[in-house]
Design a protein around this ligand. Structure first.
Ligand code: ADP
Ligand code: ADP
Length: 225
């Protein structure tokens, strides 16, 4: 599903070149659950953004769903991202002026889904996540764990093939973090491919594989199941 070949990412200033990712090679199969660990500044978010087609490598080849992402034009990339990738974030990134319902609806709206169909999809998600009674609340009225549930509902509403999670439990208390990880595990069991960045070893162990990134290089891969 994901094949990264000799990926380099760097930034140039007048005098020097700073490498963020160096010779990253990574294959992720459909149905996999990968945890990416490593110190702050190692390039984890950059890697996730490249995989999610939100950023481009300077060198190397990236095949996503057998398509050469490094050769796709911007429009095609945005389209691919929209249809096949869900993203969740440490700080949730919900729209504060929108209710729970409206937040989940946004990507479905941009996908061009009809109102009746949107209603059905959202009703299912609210029901599944036990959030029916919260649908008209705003993000600020929810606990952190509930906000992340909304983030996940929004990310998976369009049934993407890939879910990317950048420190999804980083802003949560342990119990709420565990609740979110149990949900990600369930989604993976149902077939969703997941790549998460985490600093938490307990939560990294939810992955089938653990990758350690240091100074932009994949340092080791630990089998984990
Ligand atoms: P991590 O997620 O592992 O903390 P990031 O991928 O966020 O690491 O960042 C890796 C490094 O890339 C950091 O040192 C960061 O400062 C640097 N970086 C990120 N974006 C830019 C940019 N636009 N210009 C220069 N350096 C950047
Ligand atoms: P936690 O202790 O898990 O952080 P909170 O104290 O943030 O949880 O919220 C507990 C419950 O109260 C949640 O179900 C949340 O939806 C509800 N809640 C919090 N603030 C408001 C509010 N301003 N209006 C309505 N419900 C609220």
């Amino acid at each position: 599903m994901i094949n990264l070949k000799k990926i380099y990412k760097y930034y140039d200033n007048k005098y020097e070149r700073t490498y963020i990712l160096k010779n990253v090679n990574l294959d992720v199969a459909e149905g996999d659950f990968v945890s990416v660990m490593g110190p702050s500044g190692a390039g984890k978010s950059t890697l996730l953004n490249i995989i999610g087609l939100l950023d481009d490598p300077n060198e190397g080849e990236y095949f996503f769903l057998d398509q050469p992402a490094h050769q796709l034009n911007e429009k095609k990339k945005v389209d691919f991202h929209r249809h096949h990738v869900g993203f969740i974030f440490q700080a949730f990134h919900l729209i504060e002026e929108m209710t729970v319902y409206e937040n989940i609806e946004t990507p479905l709206f941009y996908k061009g889904m009809k109102k009746k169909e949107r209603q059905a999809v959202i009703a299912d998600l609210l029901d599944r996540f036990n959030m029916v009674a919260k649908k008209d609340l705003f993000p600020q009225q929810l606990s952190g764990g509930q906000q992340q549930l909304v983030g996940i509902a929004r990310a998976i509403a369009g049934k993407p093939k890939l879910l990317l999670a950048d420190e999804p439990t980083g802003n949560l208390h342990h119990d709420q973090g565990k609740m979110i990880m149990d949900l990600l595990k369930k989604l993976n069991d149902e077939g969703m491919t997941i790549i998460q960045v985490t600093h938490n070893q307990e939560f990294a162990n939810y992955g089938k594989r653990i990758i350690r990134l240091t100074d932009g290089e994949i340092e080791e891969e630990i089998a984990n199941s």
